[in-house]
Write a protein that binds this ligand. Sequence first.
Ligand code: HEC
Ligand code: HEC
Ligand code: HEC
Length: 144
Amino acid sequence: MRGAGTFTGRAWRVAAKAALVVALAGSALAADAPSTRVPLPGVTAPAEGTCVEDTEFMRRNHMRLLVHQRDRTVHEGIRTEKHSLANCVSCHAGSKTGRVTGSKDAFCEGCHRYAAVKLDCFECHADRPAATASAAAPPAGGPK
Ligand code: HEC
Ligand code: HEC
Ligand code: HEC
């Protein structure tokens, strides 16, 4: 009898632990969508060409690339075409809308909505190729 009681107690703890793991995995999934095999909505990569880096790498690390790129440009005056935001936009703008934001099907914003990651870059930076030759129009009298 005592043995069975212990077993039940342990089984319950195991079950509770398993439930916790599932719950944690669920939240990790939401926070880190690109590292899963879950199909992502609204992400239609351009049919032509290849990304500036390996797709799997980009899925996980594009934010680091961009922030690194920004730091290098703004703080060190280094400019490279390859990892510039304008370059991303030129390839990833939607074929119909010509933009990377504005809808759930837009490349950057679509995935960001899904992943619930705020994307405020395009308050300053152009979200379409035409005007992106120079990344952000220097704000007249400071950022608006
Ligand atoms: C308040 C306005 C503002 C916001 C918001 C902003 N930027 Fe910028 N960013 C600028 C300005 C101004 C420059 C310098 C533009 C230049 O020198 O061509 C710049 C430069 C850059 C560059 C280097 C130039 C290029 O095209 O590669 C990158 C990369 C960049 N920003 C990325 C980002 C990312 C990513 C975000 C969002 C997390 C962001 N920026 C948000 C104003 C802004
Ligand atoms: C020369 C065109 C081109 C440029 C420039 C480019 N990309 Fe890509 N990108 C692609 C293509 C094509 C794919 C899909 C490749 C595939 O399906 O294997 C892709 C894939 C991606 C993915 C993964 C999407 C997914 O399916 O999960 C991300 C994120 C991404 N790019 C971000 C960026 C960022 C950020 C930049 C700028 C630093 C950039 N790309 C510049 C063409 C480009
Ligand atoms: C496949 C889905 C996907 C696509 C497509 C995508 N992103 Fe992201 N992005 C994410 C996720 C998820 C995060 C948060 C990852 C993390 O925090 O580790 C993120 C983070 C970022 C960050 C850092 C935000 C912050 O506040 O830390 C920037 C900047 C960014 N993305 C820019 C872009 C731009 C620009 C594009 C379009 C060229 C783009 N992303 C396309 C999924 C995506």
